[in-house]
Structures are given as C-alpha cells and as structure tokens.
Design a protein around this ligand. Structure first.
Ligand code: ADP
Length: 311
C-alpha cells in the first residue's frame, strides 16, 4: 500500500506473513529512514531517520504526544508508515520472519494480558511460541517480584500486571527489547528492581534496549544513550555523559554568538531570541574543544535542562 491509498496509519496485527527482504544494514538491530507517519491530517513522524545498534541502551525522551509510542510501534512493524523504510535485523519491519520476530521483546504501554488467564497459564502459552525460553529467569522473577502464579491476571494490581508483562518480554532472551513507558505504574522499589534486571540483561547478553520514559532519574540510572524526540524527529542522540560534557547554553548578541560558535567549531542546536537583540543558543562543543570553552560564559546543563531544550 502506498501513501496515496493509505490515508492514515493502520495498527498491524503482530502475526504478519513471512517474507524475507534484502539486507540493507545488517549490523543495525533496527533502522528507520525517511519515515513519515500521520493520523488523518496530523503528521506525527516527519522524515524520521534513526538507528539502534547492537548492544545500545537508549532512553527515548519526548513530551506527551511527541510521538514516542507511534515511533516504537512503527519501529516494530506494528504500524505502516506512509513513506520511508523500517528494518529490523535487516528485514523489512512489516514482513519479518519468525526467526527475527523471536529476537524481539516488546512491553507496550498497555499490555494485553489475557485477563482470564493466570500468570502461569499466560507464560506457558507464550513459551510455546519461542525456541528459546529461560525458565529459571522466569521463575526467579516471579518469586522476586512476588507475582502469584495461579491468581487470575485480572486480580493482579496494575504494577504486578506491568511486571508480568516485563517478565514475558524478557523470558525468551530477546536481542532487541522495546519498552514503552515500562515503569510507569511501578513504585520506586519496583522501578529499581526492574532497572537492575534490565541492566543485567544488557551486561550479560549485549541486548539492544530502547525504552521511553518521562522519569528522568530512570535515565540517569540505565540509559547509556539518550534520544530526544521533537517535531516528529529524533532531534539529538548521544551518550548521556557526552551530552553533559558537550552541550552548553550561551547568551549574547547574535554577532557575538556567531563569532564564538565559529571560533569553537561548535554546532548550534537551538536558537532562542531574547529582548534587546540578545539571544540564547544551545550549542554542542566538538569533542576536542579547547579548555577555553569552559571559561567563556558557557553554561553547563543538567538532564532536566536538556529535556526542556531538546524535546
Ligand atoms: P507519545 O507516546 O509521545 O505520548 P503518541 O505516539 O502516543 O505520543 O501520540 C502522538 C500523537 O498522535 C498525539 O497527538 C496523539 O493524540 C496522536 N495519536 C496517537 N495514536 C493515535 C491514533 N491511533 N489515532 C489518531 N491519533 C493518534
């Protein structure tokens, strides 16, 4: 289906037909290029390009309604973009084969957990689909996270249901783990346990992880890379420590700022006009910026500042 016959995005069922396609970027776990997707007249993803490389742990940040869920669903081949290309493990995302699908773990914002089942029944059901399934991990997490194996899922709390959804996504040891606001309904202790589990996954297996969150302290704990989403695109992605080291806010006349930026070889990420011909710019210093850069009225930013500036 092309853009002219496809007025709005369709939510695709997970069981898509089997098909293999030319491998374009064999090294990337996921690769989006020039992706355009809207609902009716509203454009949500605008010519968006993004890559997740093996072993990357990426926190996806954006304001409410920025399009994070839409982006993650598109990345997983659950939504069909109106233009552009999406690949998972080198295959067209809308048509990945069973082997590639088995390498993906997904925790949606709202899990569809078959509420009539018990956790034991649910996990037994999913186990039948996957060639790889780590029963010891499942049992360990059920006990540690205090989830009754034989209670109907409908009677579990929201936090327990979310943990169960996470266990389900981790059980087959995916190579790519996609989590949409995974810790939203967990309490602080639950978040800490979950994040520890996530880090273990990453350290043990080199799993590629992407998760959206608005809880900035979660990112400081586990996200080695941050991706900021704004105006339908990934506006900036870099390791957190690099962002803290390289991004600066600076204020002055446009001429002064221009001259400083040229001298430092910096990149301008945002321009804010202020009163009286003054401006405030967000700049990115080159990795080899001279020490002088620390003393020129350049203001360092914390994670909260970065969120405000980049999303
Ligand atoms: P986020 O996850 O960043 O909060 P979403 O991807 O959920 O953003 O939504 C992006 C925008 O698209 C919002 O304005 C939302 O209202 C709209 N939107 C999301 N899903 C649908 C849908 N199925 N139909 C129509 N509009 C939608």
């Amino acid at each position: 289906m092309n853009a002219s016959t496809h007025p709005s995005s369709t939510l695709r069922p997970a069981d898509l037909s089997l098909h293999s396609s030319a491998i374009q970027q064999p090294s990337a776990s996921a690769c989006l290029s020039g992706v355009q997707l809207g609902y009716g007249k509203q454009t949500v993803l605008r010519d968006l390009s993004w890559q997740l490389l093996p072993g990357q742990v990426v926190g996806l940040l954006g304001r409410n309604g920025a399009g994070k869920t839409t982006l993650l669903e598109t990345l997983l081949g659950l939504r069909e973009p109106q233009a552009g290309r999406v690949e998972l493990f080198g295959q067209a995302a809308l048509q990945i084969d069973d082997a590639a699908r088995a390498r993906i773990g997904y925790v949606p914002q709202q899990s569809d957990l078959f509420e009539g089942f018990t956790p034991a029944q649910l996990l037994a059901y999913f186990r039948s689909f996957y060639p790889r399934w780590n029963e010891a991990k499942v049992e360990g997490l059920l006990s540690r996270w205090d989830i009754a194996r034989d209670k109907p899922i409908a009677k579990l709390s929201g936090g327990q249901q979310q943990r169960l959804s996470i266990i389900r996504a981790l059980a087959h040891e995916p190579d790519l783990l996609v989590l949409d606001e995974p810790v939203a309904s967990l309490d602080p202790a639950g978040r800490r346990d979950f994040l520890r589990e996530l880090v273990e996954q990453v350290l043990d297996r080199g799993t590629t992880v992407v998760f959206s969150t608005h809880i900035l302290s979660d990112l400081e704990r586990v996200a080695f890379n941050l991706a900021f989403m704004s105006e339908g695109r990934i506006s900036c992605q870099a390791p957190l420590d690099e962002l803290i080291e390289q991004l600066r806010s600076v204020q002055g006349s446009t001429a002064q700022l221009q001259s400083m930026v040229s001298r430092l070889g910096a990149e301008v990420l945002r321009r804010h006009a202020l009163e009286n011909g003054q401006a405030r710019w967000l700049i990115r210093l080159p990795l080899d910026a001279p020490p002088l850069a620390q003393t020129e009225g350049l203001q360092a930013l914390n994670l909260e500042d970065l969120f405000m500036e980049l999303t």
